[in-house]
Design a protein around this ligand. Structure first.
Ligand code: PGA
Length: 253
């Protein structure tokens, strides 16, 4: 059985005091049975969140593939491992766009994360023009082929995939349940081609992009949607609480 996961990507938001408060609130949430909750705070707060948010898992939004050296401003996967951080986001569209991270570089990051026992949440997804010209399946498949599908089965099993259509991130425009399911089913079929049915069935594929209490039920009810990577709604305790609650996952199932 694959894991159901709700992950909050706090991005570059919150003061230290706000982060502490949100950590406390997340820690006190009523989490539905069998749902794994992760938070990805700004790097500066990761350590503190690990201490305060003990009921959930705390990951990093980014890390550099080299272990150590002259890479000013970066934090390495090895350093995350040393600090007890167990998950990392890789390939978020904001990293791809603003920091020019290529599929080849993301492949290096993925390898480094796995080498250090850190669970990668690999993000993929197409921009609006690709959605509109109809080549979105090919586009996302290529992202996976160039960054992920070189892994062997044992390594791939550690990876969580997050499908985040760029046109839906932070825009208030969500993919419809049908659009999400179409992509998620396709991703699972490519994983099956590559790694076989058992691994495909056990791979968690999350949806991300303006997921909120108003649309989460219909998204999470899709057969191939195993949870969400949540941006804006993860910053509001009242909204995130709905996304991790049992009812959101059960009413439509
Ligand atoms: P959003 O962000 O929920 O604010 O659209 C999702 C993400 O970027 O992970």
């Amino acid at each position: 059985m694959r894991s159901k996961i709700v992950a909050g990507n706090w991005k570059m938001n919150l003061s230290q005091a706000q982060a502490q408060e949100l950590c406390r609130e997340v820690n006190n949430m009523n989490i539905g049975s069998g749902i794994e909750v992760y938070i990805f705070p700004p790097m500066l707060y990761v350590n503190e969140c690990q201490m305060h948010a003990t009921h959930v898992k705390v990951g990093a939004q980014n890390a550099y593939p080299k272990d150590s050296g002259a890479y000013t401003g970066e934090v390495s996967m090895w350093q995350l491992q040393e600090a007890g951080v167990t998950a990392v986001l890789i390939g978020h569209s904001e990293r791809r766009e603003y920091f020019r991270e290529s599929n080849a570089f993301l492949k290096e990051k993925l390898d480094a994360a796995l080498a250090h026992g850190i669970k990668p949440f690999f993000c993929c997804g197409e921009p609006l023009e690709i959605r509109e010209n109809g080549t979105f399946l090919e586009y996302v498949k290529q992202q996976l082929e160039e960054s992920v599908f070189h892994l062997d089965g044992a390594a791939f099993k550690q990876v969580v995939i997050a499908y985040e259509p760029i046109w839906a991130i932070g825009t208030g425009k969500t993919a419809s349940a049908e659009q999400a399911e179409e992509m998620h089913a396709a991703i699972r079929s490519w994983v099956e081609e590559q790694y076989g049915k058992e691994i495909a069935e056990n791979t968690s594929i999350l949806y991300g992009g303006s997921c909120n209490p108003g649309n989460a039920q219909s998204l999470f009810a899709c057969e191939n949607v195993d949870g969400g990577l949540i941006g804006g709604a993860s910053l509001k305790a009242s909204e995130f609480a709905v996304l991790v609650a049992e009812e959101t996952w059960t009413i439509l199932n």
